[in-house]
Design a protein. Structure first.
Length: 113
């Protein structure tokens, strides 16, 4: 269990942070990459399915590919019909597209760039 504000860890069964009173969560969210570092990020996939986003996060975490989903808010995906865009560093673009192809998310013709 973790405090989303303080980032302090607690034992299972504790429900609120003793420092700030916030409700605890099971896992801390993965921090978004620092876009001010000068790294160029490119879009490799887009979806409006929350299940795709969750699945791809687990895959890209396991592959140690820096990424983020631009516009992944479930409110925007459902209410506005917007797409979440999977962004990776430009240097990882080809590898990311190959993974997406292997998983059946993109066709072979889409990774030729």
């Amino acid at each position: 269990m973790f405090c989303p504000r303080c980032k302090k860890g607690y034992q299972e069964g504790v429900e609120t942070c003793t420092s700030c009173g916030a409700d605890l969560i099971d896992q801390l969210p993965r921090e978004a990459p620092d876009h001010s570092s000068g790294d160029e990020f490119v879009e490799v996939f887009s979806t409006y399915h929350q299940d795709d986003i969750s699945f791809l996060k687990s895959i890209f975490d396991g592959e140690d590919i820096p990424y983020f989903f631009q516009g992944e808010s479930s409110i925007m995906l459902i209410a506005a019909g917007a797409y979440a865009r999977l962004m990776v560093k430009a240097e990882d673009e080809q590898r990311a597209k190959e993974i997406l192809q292997d998983l059946g998310f993109v066709a072979n013709s889409e990774i030729q760039s």
